[in-house]
Design a binder for this molecule. Sequence first.
Ligand code: SAM
Length: 313
Amino acid sequence: MPVIKLPQNNLSHYNKVMELNYNSAAELKSFLEQNSMGMQKKFGQNFLINPGIRQALVDELEAEAGSQVWEIGPGLGAMTRLLRERDILVRAFEIDHGFARALEELFAGDTGLALIKGDVMKTWPSEPSAPYLLGNLPYNIAAALLADFIEKGRLFQRMVVTVQREIAQRMAARPNSPAYSSFSVLCASVYTVKPLMIIRGASFYPKPNVDSQGVRLDLRTDIGPDSYPAAFYPLLRRLFASRRKMIKNNLANFIASGAGGLGLLSAGPLPATPQEIAAGVLAHSGLSGNERAENLELESFVRLAQAIEDMRK
Ligand code: SAM
């Protein structure tokens, strides 16, 4: 059982509690109360109190001693502690000032932990990249954060995350299934997605209403910086915005919005309409236009984006 002993010389804030047992809801609750801290729902704060699952998630990361890991939302440091026990260097992003202060004392003197305070959505772009990412992700930013990393090219060799089960299903979904979304294609564009264990609410404190699931994402080795044309990600969003509409209609709307950079193309003396340009893109891509986003494989979206890129040039 991992038990944290607070440093003897640093008990200013935490002198009422000498040890922190990450496996006990009662003890975590009492630690928070005695140190005038609370759990904030708006930050998706649910501590993972199941030691077997914490261990399994860290094992799944397969990070070597001395390697660098980004940890999103360390909370009071239950997962951080496991990483540090393996001599893994941690850059931890935490928004809650109370948790951040507690971490500074719980890990006082540990130079292997760098704490980045504030909203990770804002702080991550200026931080040096790392090969690995671990996180029991706050439910309210989980999908947006992972999408942001992918769209901005901040890719990790491996990520192991805990997300709401519904998000995990979307991440791993294949075409023709109800969970298939632009986020599924986004994840598949750069990662091999492997769903891990389902984590019931009882494994958390406080207990959430929905189940969670671990997900492992391994960077694909068959892609490079030029694998995806510039139009790929914006096009994906637009085609899935109306996933049951035929793509020829969504594509025309995309072009009409000016997003693909094709607005100035002309067909002869007159400017072409978005529908005409869409027809040209479709002909170039080899797709009929009667398909729906929910049925298309990743490769079809790439072909469409490439056709837009070719015509724009
Ligand atoms: N890692 C701990 C565990 O597994 O028990 C806590 C995980 S808890 C689900 C999510 C953590 O993310 C909380 O510590 C919360 O304060 C933090 N958090 C929430 N929103 C955040 C944000 N925008 N930026 C950084 N941290 C955030």
